[in-house]
Design a protein around this ligand. Structure first.
Ligand code: NAP
Length: 250
């Protein structure tokens, strides 16, 4: 049995993780902790992997504390910058246990990770590419981190293939053409009733490819979270790994 502790267990994501761990035949819940709880109870003696879904202002300190306590961590909280990731790398280098691992995924939805991958594969074959992300109106950032990542991946694939910039003869733009990310236009829709959706549009003369990922419910993130927990528990992923694509054997 893989012993899993959840940090942020009362939150929207954390409570789903608790449920998913309780429902997994190969896992057992060690601790379910939330704001104000003492994380120092989580040790290798009782926990194989901790799952952290809290808030961007708390996640770095939580992960550093868990590393210092010798525990592997799967992190879903957003707000990671290169500087923060470097701090995790440094902490892991001096971690108490050999082969300690931290895994961070900006998006645990397998559909979104695959859409990103397929967009990267298709990008060299199309003259035009744009990204549209659609979310519930409570989301605070636009465009989404996933859409930014998709646009950057498309741009890199186009560069590697030696493609010219996407054609666009817009002369006046009051903002309708969206944000230009690395040469790729990214559009954000906020609509009541939506959850998290992304569409990648690619066009050539006379043809179009649409890649669309829809996450209708937070439950869509759980297979990815459980996959990451299993990967860390089986070992062989020492250090910092970022992105669920690394565990999908693509
Ligand atoms: P949420 O409902 O606000 O849950 C966060 C929980 O963490 C709350 O119960 C909060 O308690 C608790 N918390 C705050 N500070 C803490 C601390 N220092 N130690 C332990 N617990 C603490 O948020 P959510 O919707 O679950 O989202 C959590 C994070 O996951 C966000 O960053 C979100 O963007 C991210 N997310 C990632 C993915 C992905 O695929 N990677 C998917 C969805 C969401 P209080 O309410 O008492 O402060």
């Amino acid at each position: 049995m893989i012993r899993v502790s959840v940090v942020g267990a009362k939150g929207r994501m954390g409570s789903h993780v608790v449920e998913a761990v309780n429902g997994a035949e190969d896992m057992q819940l060690a601790f379910a902790l939330d704001a104000g709880d003492d994380l120092s109870v989580i040790t290798p003696g009782n926990t194989d992997v901790a799952v952290e879904f809290t808030v961007p202002s708390a996640t770095l300190d939580n992960v550093l504390a868990l590393i210092a306590q010798g525990v592997d961590v799967v992190v879903g909280t957003t707000g990671w910058t290169d500087e923060r990731l470097d701090q995790i790398g440094v902490a892991l280098a001096g971690a108490p246990r050999a082969n300690q691992a931290v895994f961070i995924a900006p998006n645990f939805a397998i559909s979104a990770v695959l859409a990103d991958h397929f967009a990267k594969l298709a990008a060299p074959y199309f003259e035009s590419a744009e990204v549209v992300e659609l979310h519930h109106p409570n989301k605070v950032d636009a465009p989404s981190g996933t859409a930014l990542h998709t646009a950057q991946a498309i741009a890199q694939a186009r560069r590697d293939a030696g493609l010219a910039p996407v054609p666009d003869n817009t002369q006046t733009d009051g903002g309708s053409r969206g944000q230009v990310v690395d040469g790729i236009h990214v559009h954000a829709v906020r609509l009541r009733g939506l959850n998290a959706h992304e569409e990648v549009l690619m066009g050539n003369a006379g043809e179009q490819l649409t890649i669309r990922a829809d996450s209708f419910d937070r439950i869509s993130f759980m297979p990815g979270v459980l996959l990451a927990v299993r990967k860390l528990a089986e070992g062989g992923h020492a250090g910092l790994t970022v992105g669920l694509d690394r565990f999908l054997d693509l």
